[in-house]
Design a binder for this molecule. Structure first.
Ligand code: SF4
Ligand code: SF4
Length: 334
């Protein structure tokens, strides 16, 4: 497995790493085998999150005695100093380590949130302290908002950024190029568009063909998936592969939510992109209980949609959002 430099961290990471979301639907025994297979295949990058229920703990147990083989990353949605300080210690305990290579601010959506994080009592202060005391090595940030990351990229203090990129979500290319020029590592989430692209081999090849990414992190929940992903190599596309990419783009273009948030706000208060994210966790990731729980915590459900169509006009992809929300209602029952 080829290695690439992860920005200013100076760490060399495999082009393909483990995304930790689907670890939640597997078992400790399987995760132990996954970790061994990652080592066999030369994959040395793991990304998980405080929010992925048992993912940190399963990985931590499986990494006992093998921690030094990996660049280990996790992340927290904490926005305040106290909450982030607490979360860093929980992550260290779950991961059974005294050192996390990269700790990321998870899913910062807006400048307002960013100002909160960077304020005197914000989460960033706790990350700086953890770095100074040797609990973490570097600080990263993840987001689904291209607008937000473009606003901060010129003067950002982060070692890495994490953002979606795949065959049908290519808008971040100039952001990534800028990041690489600034020696900021680029971690690609959603390389299979949250499971919407079924041919993982072509999807990953598309990403590692780009020289402006550091590592792509497909979710992997079995040894077989690790083996399949590890066979991917960069290179020219065959005619069949080009045809597949064209078909995928045509099929998903008018149906796939890119989580950009341009359709917001909805007058009914519905968090439209989150509805589709939880729908994907439910049926493409198979994380049924987790998706139900997170959907259930939303303030307004898809069933509140009154089909005013205001969102459709704002969606750059012209998605029929009210129709798609009906499917969300069918899945979650509200
Ligand atoms: S169509 Fe439904 S989801 Fe879209 S803005 Fe109107 S109420 Fe909100
Ligand atoms: S529905 Fe459209 S505008 Fe809204 S988040 Fe998805 S892709 Fe973006």
């Amino acid at each position: 497995m080829n290695k690439r430099k992860l920005g200013k961290t100076g760490l060399y990471v495999s082009e393909i790493g483990l995304g930790g979301i689907p670890i939640q639907r597997t078992t400790q025994e399987e995760v132990n085998k996954i970790i061994d297979e990652l080592i066999n295949q030369g994959i040395n990058f793991i990304d998980t999150a405080r929010g992925y229920t048992c993912s940190e703990a399963y990985l931590g147990e499986a990494l006992v005695g093998k921690r030094d083989k990996f660049v280990l990353c996790t992340k927290s949605m904490a926005r305040t100093y106290d909450m982030m300080k607490k979360d860093i210690d929980i992550s260290l305990s779950n991961l059974k380590t005294d050192y996390i290579d990269i700790y990321q601010l998870h899913n910062v959506k807006t400048e307002e949130e960013y100002f909160q994080v960077m304020s005197l009592n914000g989460a960033y202060k706790a990350l700086l302290e953890a770095k100074a005391s040797g609990k973490i090595g570097y600080i990263g940030i993840t987001s689904h908002s291209l607008d937000f990351l473009e606003k901060i990229i010129d003067n950002n203090p982060f070692a890495t950024i994490q953002f979606p990129y795949n065959i049908i979500e290519t808008k971040a290319e100039s952001l990534f190029q800028k990041a690489i020029r600034k020696d900021v590592g680029v971690i690609v989430m959603k390389p299979l568009a949250g499971g919407a692209i079924e041919n993982g081999k072509i999807a990953l090849k598309y990403i590692i063909n780009a020289d402006f990414i550091s590592v792509a992190i497909p979710g992997m929940a079995s040894v077989l998936e690790v083996k399949q992903n590890a066979t991917v190599i960069s290179g020219d596309f065959t005619d069949d592969e080009k045809m597949y990419i064209k078909e995928i783009r045509e099929t998903l273009d008018k149906d796939f939510c890119r989580r950009c948030g341009y359709c917001m706000p909805c007058p009914q208060g519905i968090d439209i992109p989150s509805c589709f994210v939880f729908e994907g966790y439910f049926d493409r990731y198979g994380l049924v209980d987790w998706a139900k729980e997170r959907y259930g915590n939303m303030k307004h459900f898809a069933s509140a949609c009154v089909n005013c169509q205001a969102c459709i006009k704002k969606c750059p992809y012209g998605l029929d959002i009210p129709r798609k929300l009906k499917r969300v209602v069918r899945i979650f029952g509200k």
